[in-house]
Design a binder for this molecule. Structure first.
Ligand SMILES: [Zn+2]
Ligand SMILES: [Zn+2]
Length: 59
């Protein structure tokens, strides 16, 4: 079974590399690790999202 990062560790959704705590981009492929937040309503936006599903604001 695949191992999931536990606790505060983030793993890259693109290449699966474990990222160091506090890192915002994958050191292996450069993909963003942390989801963006909507500037309008603070909703967490999934990676690849172009518009906020809550308020419609473009990210
Ligand atoms: Zn990666
Ligand atoms: Zn929003």
């Amino acid at each position: 079974m695949p191992q999931q990062a536990a606790g505060g560790g983030l793993s890259c959704s693109k290449c699966g590399a474990l990222a160091s705590a506090g890192g915002r981009f994958c050191s292996q492929c450069g993909s963003a690790l942390t989801p963006a937040q909507c500037l309008g309503c603070n909703t967490t936006l999934a990676q690849g999202t172009s518009f906020c599903p809550n308020c419609g604001k473009a990210r």
